[in-house]
Each structure stands twice: as C-alpha cells, then as structure tokens.
Design a protein around this ligand. Structure first.
Ligand code: IVH
Length: 671
C-alpha cells in the first residue's frame, strides 16, 4: 500500500517539475537553477520506481516511450490541415486585402501577423486536457501518428495547465529546430561519422519521423502553435489573437512575434520588420503569415480547395536555389592560404545574383563531395557569404570531375604545402607571390584598416605588376605623375589617390595594427591589444608570456604576434611607415574588467546628432562596454538615435532599457 503522504509528495513533485518545464521550455524564463530542477526530477523518478502504481501517462518522467515502432500508423484529420496561399510582393498583399474587403463589404480589416516557421506542421489532440495523439500533416487529410515522438518535445505539454479548455481540443503548429540546436546536432552527427542535415527543416522532419522515440528525444525539437482543428465541448474566443493567447495560458508555446495590425499597410510594416530581424530570431522563418483576426469574418470568407481565403503567406525571397558548378578555381589569400572557389551558373538567391561560392578548403570539398559539373543547392542568408549547402547527387552527370588542389601556386608557381593539423593549403611564396602581396596591400588599404579611398583591386594589381609597390610602405612613396601614367588613370584620380594616402596617415593604433595583417589578429583582437598595451612600442616589446595575459590571446596568436615583430623585413616596413608620417594618439589603457561600463553590453541603432555611430562605439568601448550587433535579453542598453531600425522594436519587445542621445552623452561625460 502506498501511503497518502507518498502519493501527495508525488503529485507535488509532478506539479513542480511540470511548472518548471513550462517556465524553461515554453516561457524561456527559468526561475530555479538547473541543479534544483534535477533534484526534483530525480526524487520523482525515485518514488515512481519504488511505487510503479503511482506512475501516470502524463507524468513528466514518461516523455520517452519504451518501444520503437515498426511503422507509423495513419491518422485521419477530421478537420483537414490546410496549406496557405502565397504572396510574393507588396502588390499581391494589397490585392489580397482588397479582395477580402470587397467580399465582406468593409473598409478595413484587422489582421493577426505571425512568422512563417520553416519546419513541419503537426496536430496535437488533447482530450480532457491530456495529450492523446499527435499527427503530421501528411496530405492534409491523412497524416502519420507521431505521438510517441511528439511526447519527447519538452515544450509540448502532456497535460494542459489551468482550466476552461474544451473537452476535445486539437492544436496545430509547427515543429522545428532552433539554429543552435541544429548546429549542435550536426556537430554530434559529424563526431559519430553520421550523415549531416542540410538545414534545420530537414533535421526537424528527420527527427520527428524516427521510429525510435529515444533518438527523437535526443534531438533539440521545439514547437510553436498557430491555430486549432477540432474543438468540442467548449468555446474559443472570437479573435484569432485571443485564441492564441488562450493556448498560451494552457501551457502551449506560441510565438512571441505575434502582432495585431490594421490593413495591408500594417501587414507590410510587419513584413519589413521581420525581414530585418529574421536572422536574429534563433530559428528559421521563410516568411510571415497574415490572418484575418475576427473568427466571424474568417467563417464568412471560408475556404478554397486547399487553403483558407482568410489567410496568406508573404514569403521572403528564397535563400536557397539550385545551380550548377561550372568550375572550381583557387584564390590565394593574404597569408598564402589557397581557397577553392566554385564558379557557378549565375542564379538569384536572397535578392542578389550569385556567381561564386567559397568552398573554404580541401576537406570541405571532400565533406560536401562537390565535383565540377554537379548541380548544387546554394544558400545566401542575410549578409553571409554564399555557400554550397549540398550536392544533388541524383543529378550528377557522367562527365562530372573531381577536384584536386594544385601542387603549385597558380600565381607564382611556388610549392603548395599543407601543414599537418591545418585545414588550409598554403603557397610558400610569401611576399614573392604577387597574389599575397596584392592581398596584403588591399587589406592594408581597406575601410576598417587604413581606409585609403580609391585603392581598389584593379589598381593594386597594376601597382604590383609594374613593380611600383613591393610592400605597403611603398604606397606612401607613390607620385602623382607615376600614377597618372597607368592605364585608366587620369591626373585627377592620381591626385585624389595621393591625397587619400596623405589623409590615411592620421589614424588610430587599432587601425594601424589591424592594417599590418598579422596572422589570426582580427579587429577584435587588435582592439584588446591596443587597450592592453596602450602603445605600439609596448606591444612590440612584449614577449610571448606577456602577450598571453591579454584576454582572448592564446599561444598561437601570441606566437604570431611575436614572430611578426621579430622579423627584420617587417621591422623595416614598420620603420618606413612611421618615417612616412603615419601617426595616432595612443588610446587610454584600460585593464580588463576595470572600465566603468565593464560587463555591460550596448547595441546602437539610428543616427546620432553629436557623433557618428563608430565614435559612440569607440567611446563606450573605452569605458569597458561591449558592443553587440543585435538585441538580446543580455543587452544592457539600446542606444536610440534618429530614424532607428528594427532593433528598437526588438528592444521594446524584450523590455531592454533604451538610452536617448542626451542620456548617452551624460553617461559618457560622467565616465
Ligand atoms: S496557418 C489554415 N500559420 O505553412 C491555415 N501555417 O504553407 C493553415 N506554417 O502547412 C496554416 N507557420 O506548416 C500557419 N504561422 C503559421 C505558420 C504556418 C508555418 C506552415 C504550416 C502550413 C504551411 C502552409
């Protein structure tokens, strides 16, 4: 016999674990440390093991079912799972809105705007608040029973919270994988020598359609709910947005990006806002969905064959397309690294024409198994460099050719070597190699380095070819007459370039250090180095041990810096640069963790009146603040200038405090 006390304790623990699951997985706002949660769960597991008669199917310990299935059984959707019509531009959205207004004879419609998640649709069936079944969409009428697997998704409640839910409630939504979850999963797959998933959508679909629920349980799946199916023995509110709010109250996870707007213009404003923040969301969306918010109006509008009249998906331009690999070339970088580049049949992806995609290195070509002649999926997400996601093996022609890295540099014919343990193959030509010289010069001149306007690819190529410029120090000896003699160079552009060179001499220590192009020393590292040492001299004199005391500087980077400053030819170039008149004011030294704003993270949006955003950034950093490019819960302040971007909305959504220009100035002054 189980004592009443034990039964009560088990019920209490179950309620506690459910509550904390909800806070963690649905609200994303845990209120107890993980260790405390683990203690509660372990105690519950212990008691259930001792008193099996107390185990219930909806106990949080029962998410992972025991036995693998042979096959999924079929499920008939009483209320079909429909698809959505698409709109691809503003005009089509306005047409959609006009059509509906005409049909209903109203002047203005209220819309619920949601994100269009890129996962797979699932229907959950709750009877008396208990999850009894979960099915995929299938063809919309017949789906597959994936109950065992869906039960392992932690954000799906096994029983509904609170009260007032209908006796039978089907909830529909999208099962998906977060980008972090996807990355972690692929890392695991790669470690165990298993097949990689091409994108989060495929990973989610593959995980949900696993016959072994134990495997599904290990996959980082999540679910957002966006609607309902069968509803019996109870009523739902009269507005779509209120229905979703109700689902949320019952413990189901609903996207926090839901917004109610008026008219087509309201919808389009939402589209633009989401297009701007989509890459910061943590999960993939391929568009937004507009739904007429009043259920009565939805009913009056009704359905077409496969889609409701009252909703439309407004798609973002596709970020993935098919194209062909015409050739694979190598580019020689600043440090001699040979980067294979796929030359592609031009294709429009994410609104831009793509003709090249980097293949990074030899291993990457092997891993992706890319051959010349292959049909491939290319992706261009946001500002990210286009990449080949996957080869479409079924379309590989007989004539496809495997690629081999060259044994000799295509530019200078020096030997190519691959150091053990490194992914890159490198040209050993050093500054003898024109490509390396050219890259080093372009890097030196680039906007975030010495910012020499007008010194582009073509010109640098000519300067190197003619032998006018061997090292970056030669740049400052260039004469107007000499430059004006180059093809496609007039006296005016020549004078402009000399002027730009002169102007670049007044710089900052960070820019100058970055411009030198020391291997593995990027902008962030140069900033830390400049702050830590305060002067070029102090940095030059630092030994490897001292260098390693700088945050983020490990043995490899410390070694690179030390070697750089010890080489005679680098010292000679440095001396000539300084003799040419390059100068800066040494930055104030800030020991790590000691700035007034240390530990605080700022995000800037909009235009400031009293300074540029870069200046504001520098001044905040001088006080120890970190600057981030996107708003998250960890942001301390968002600095808001005139005409702010989507970051403002994001900050308001997350409740991150805002700082207007005057407040920023006060903060900087006090510092
Ligand atoms: S509503 C009756 N809302 O898109 C309305 N669908 O193209 C049916 N989807 O099968 C769907 N996010 O898998 C709706 N916020 C959202 C959605 C969404 C993603 C998917 C869903 C559906 C497909 C239709």
């Amino acid at each position: 016999m189980v004592s009443k006390d034990v039964a009560r304790r088990v019920a209490f623990l179950r309620e506690q674990v459910n509550e904390h699951n909800f806070r963690y997985y649905v609200l994303d706002e845990p209120t107890i440390p993980d260790a405390e949660y683990d203690r509660l769960l372990r105690e519950l597991e212990g008691l259930e093991a001792q008193y099996p008669e107390l185990v219930t199917p909806d106990s949080p310990t029962q998410r992972v079912g025991a036995e693998p299935l042979d096959a999924f059984s079929e499920i008939h959707h009483e209320v079909p799972m429909l698809s959505l019509g698409n709109a691809f531009d503003d005009g089509e959205v306005r047409d959609f809105d006009r059509r509906l207004r005409d049909r209903l004879g109203v002047d203005e419609l209220e819309y619920a705007c949601e994100t269009k998640l890129d996962g797979l649709a699932v229907s959950l069936r709750y009877e008396r608040g208990k999850l009894v079944r979960a099915a995929t969409r299938g063809d919309g009428t017949i789906g597959e029973d994936v109950t065992q697997n869906v039960r392992t998704i932690k954000s799906v409640p096994l029983s509904l919270r609170g009260r007032g839910f209908p006796q039978v409630l089907e909830v529909r939504g999208e099962v998906f994988m977060t980008r972090d979850g996807f990355r972690a999963l692929n890392e695991m797959q790669s470690k165990h020598g298993q097949k990689l998933f091409a994108n989060p959508r495929n990973a989610a679909a593959g995980s949900l359609r696993q016959l072994h629920p134990r495997i599904t349980a290990e996959r980082p799946l999540d679910m957002f709910c966006y609607g309902t199916g069968v509803v019996e023995g109870g009523e739902l509110p009269g507005r779509h947005s209120d229905i979703l709010a109700g689902l949320k109250d019952w413990g189901l996870k609903v996207s926090s990006e839901l917004v109610v707007v008026k008219g087509a213009e309201g919808c389009l404003a939402y589209y633009r806002r989401m297009a701007a923040v989509r890459h910061d969301l943590g999960y993939a969306i391929d568009g937004v969905v507009y739904k007429v918010n009043l259920i009565q109006q939805q009913q009056a509008l009704g359905y077409r064959t496969r889609a409701p009249r009252w909703a439309v998906a407004h798609k973002f331009p596709p970020e993935e397309e098919l194209t062909k690999v015409l050739a694979i070339d190598v580019q020689v970088g600043r440090t001699g690294a040979l980067t294979p580049v796929a030359r592609l049949e031009p294709v429009i992806v994410g609104g831009a024409t793509i003709t090249n995609a980097t293949l990074h290195n030899e291993d990457e070509i092997k891993r992706k198994d890319v051959m010349v002649g292959d049909t491939v999926i290319v992706r261009r997400a946001g500002d990210v460099i286009p990449e080949i996601v996957q080869v479409v093996k079924e379309r590989r022609p007989k004539s496809a050719r495997r690629y081999r890295m060259p044994k000799r540099c295509p530019i200078c014919n020096s030997e190519v070597v691959r150091v053990a343990g490194e992914a890159a193959s490198r040209c050993t030509g050093g500054l003898y190699c024109a490509a390396q010289r050219m890259r080093a010069i372009l890097h030196f001149a680039s906007r975030r380095a010495m910012d020499i306007e007008g010194l582009g690819d073509k010109l640098v190529e000519q300067l190197v070819e003619k032998g006018y410029v061997q090292t970056v120090a030669d740049l400052y000896g260039l004469q107007v007459e000499q430059l004006a003699g180059l093809p496609r160079m007039g006296a005016k552009s020549a004078a402009n370039l000399v002027h730009a060179l002169e102007k670049s001499k007044s710089t900052t220590l960070v820019r100058f250090l970055y411009a030198l192009g020391i291997r593995d020393v990027g902008e962030a590292t140069t900033e830390t180095l400049a702050k830590h040492f305060g002067s070029l001299k102090a940095l030059q004199e630092a030994d490897v041990e001292t260098l390693q005391q700088v945050p983020d500087v490990g043995p490899v980077v410390a070694g690179n810096i030390s070697v750089f400053f010890r080489q005679a030819h680098n010292r000679a170039v440095l001396k000539r640069l300084l003799d040419a008149g390059i100068r800066w004011e040494d930055p104030p030294r800030v020991a790590p963790g000691q700035g007034k704003l240390s530990g605080q993270t700022f995000v800037l949006t909009g235009t400031l009146k009293s300074m540029t955003r870069d200046e504001a950034k520098k001044r905040l950093q001088t006080l120890g603040a970190k600057i981030a490019s996107s708003v998250s819960k960890n942001t301390t302040y968002v600095v808001v200038g005139g005409d702010p971007g989507s970051k403002l909305a994001r900050a308001e959504q997350l409740g991150v405090p805002l700082l207007k220009e005057q407040a920023l100035l006060n903060l900087l002054k006090r510092g």
